[in-house]
Design a protein around this ligand. Structure first.
Ligand code: NAD
Length: 496
């Protein structure tokens, strides 16, 4: 069985740890690889490589750094399918969706290609007589990126191009469930001309993560994953004095008002709830629908679910398996619980017949009506193909329902009433809002991040906020008086 190595200082690295984790092909239901789980000495090796590479990378001209990233973009365009196949073989999502995640990650890379402009400082001449003030933005040093299993290429690429283009060096700790995409990206960056040690991949679990959070040379941490771990990362790394952005879990609601185009809403609900088997932090997991149109909408969704082909992501299906058998069983457990709680399972994914190996981690699209607001099925992030329906009286109750929840990642309203949409957008407490758009992931020149338990820290991913996260501003006040000018004044300088 092949072993997935770390990638440190420009080459595969076995490290000193002897622990290994299983990597499955979820559509086959078998372990296909093992991944190294870093020991503390391996964390040191990766951070040391990033620390050693930093001065030369920081001092390289903007033009030369941009050239490497341009080369990387071209190579990624040529070889996108190869990366998509790696993602599908370890995550399970269908190939077209894997290509989609690469494209969304590449958007951030393309945004970062404008970094010389984005990271420019300001200049104010003669703020006081003969005095100029200007600002520059400088890189932080070695930074850590810790990513979840559900987007093994896109989430790392929310951060890598931003960190690298601004002159930082990186240690990426990808999910141990689907680790290979990270090493592939590292090898491609090297081919594109990235100097050794500027981008390193460290595989592992809590030992690797906590080692990075505590390491004195790591200057900043970008984390994406579940809420309990995001909170842990935020608290531990800020205690160690680091800059931290920690994006957590979600429970995204789609509110459908009676005036909505119900066919459009049904399409959107199905795409957003069951795409990538619901393993998206922006997936719609609650359909909040005004009672008067609820039965009609549920009927339309049910009909569409019948057309979803579940199976091996390499076989032209619409929806793949879940990432592990353990996760599939956990999600199926929520359907059991919904039944016990008295909810109505309208479409039951536990009975799915998939186009794939019998041992695959299958669970079909599931629709549950009349889910109780106190039920764990409603309050927990399930992270699978389960759409819960909660009926509300009107817009105001829908907004209250969303705002009473613990999370605030994304949310959407479906309506043909501009005034209702505006009220929703103003009042709802979430970081990313869709108006007739079910998964409102901001494009690369805005920034991605939620509110409440969906994000810890105040600087979102990519866009302008990403530029700020990966740079520190220096304000310079300068004066070039004529030689021989003398001043003797102990007072605080005042503008003159
Ligand atoms: P996870 O929290 O289990 O793992 C994320 C990372 O943390 C992984 O690299 C993992 O190795 C590490 N980790 C796990 N347990 C740890 C521990 N005890 N101590 C230190 N590190 C630990 O998340 P996941 O299951 O890989 O991904 C799914 C979760 O990520 C969902 O909750 C989803 O909503 C969230 N997510 C959020 C966003 C967002 O932008 N807000 C995007 C994608 C995924």
């Amino acid at each position: 069985m092949s072993i997935v190595d770390h990638f440190v200082a420009g080459r595969p690295f076995a490290g000193s740890g002897d622990r290994l984790g299983p990597v499955f092909d979820p559509a086959l239901g078998v372990e296909t690889k093992r991944v190294r789980l870093a020991a503390p000495a391996d964390v040191d090796a990766a951070v040391d490589a990033a620390t050693a590479a930093f001065p030369a990378w920081r001092d390289m001209s903007w033009a030369r750094r941009q050239e490497v990233l341009f080369n990387f973009r071209e190579a990624l365009n040529r070889r996108r399918r190869e990366l998509a196949e790696i993602i599908t073989a370890e995550h399970g999502k269908v190939l077209s969706d894997a290509e989609g995640e690469i494209a969304r990650g590449q958007e951030v890379l393309e945004f970062a290609l404008g970094m010389p402009h984005l990271a420019r400082g300001g200049y104010s001449e003669n703020v006081s007589t003969g005095v100029d003030v200007y600002s520059v933005r400088q890189p932080l040093g070695p930074v850590a990126v810790i990513s979840p299993f559900n987007f093994p290429a896109m989430v790392p690429m929310w951060f890598l191009p931003m960190a690298l283009a601004t002159g930082n060096t990186v240690v990426l700790k990808p999910s141990e469930k689907d680790p290979s995409a990270a090493g592939w990206l590292a090898a491609l960056l090297k081919e594109a001309g990235l100097p050794d040690g500027v981008f390193n991949v460290l595989h592992g679990d809590k030992v690797a993560v906590d080692g990075l959070l505590d390491h004195p040379d790591v200057q900043a941490v970008s984390f994406v994953g579940s809420t309990p771990i995001a909170r842990h990362v935020y608290e531990r790394a800020t205690r160690a004095g680091k800059r931290v952005q920690a994006l957590g879990g979600a429970k995204n609601h789609m509110l459908v008002l009676p005036d909505a185009d119900l066919d459009m809403a049904a399409d959107a609900a199905v795409n957003a709830a069951f795409g990538s088997a619901g393993e998206r932090c922006m997936a719609i997991s609650v359909l909040a629908v005004v009672d008067s149109v609820a039965d009609d909408l549920i009927g339309r969704i049910r009909a569409r679910i019948g057309g979803i082909k579940v199976g091996d992501g390499r076989r032209n299906c619409d929806m793949g398996p879940l990432v592990t058998g353990e996760h599939r069983d956990k999600v199926a457990g929520y359907i059991d619980e919904a039944e016990k709680d008295g909810a109505e399972v309208v479409v039951d994914g536990r009975d799915v017949r998939a186009d794939g190996a019998a041992e695959g981690f299958w669970l079909g699209p599931t629709l549950i009506d009349r889910v109780g607001r106190d039920s764990r099925v409603y309050t927990d992030e399930i992270f699978g193909p389960v759409l819960s329906v909660v009926r509300v009286r009107d817009l105001a109750e829908g907004i209250r329902l969303i705002n009473d929840g613990a999370y605030g990642n994304g949310t959407a309203v479906f309506t043909t009433n501009g005034g209702a949409a505006r009220t929703f957008q103003r009042e709802v407490q979430a970081g990313m809002i869709g108006i007739n758009v079910p998964i409102p992931v901001p494009v690369s020149f805005y920034s991605f991040g939620g509110w409440k338990q969906s994000m810890f820290g105040d600087t979102k991913a990519y866009g302008e906020q990403g530029v700020h996260f990966f740079t520190r501003e220096k304000a310079v006040t300068s004066r070039w008086p004529a030689t021989g000018t003398r001043e003797f004044d102990l007072g605080f300088p005042q503008n003159a």
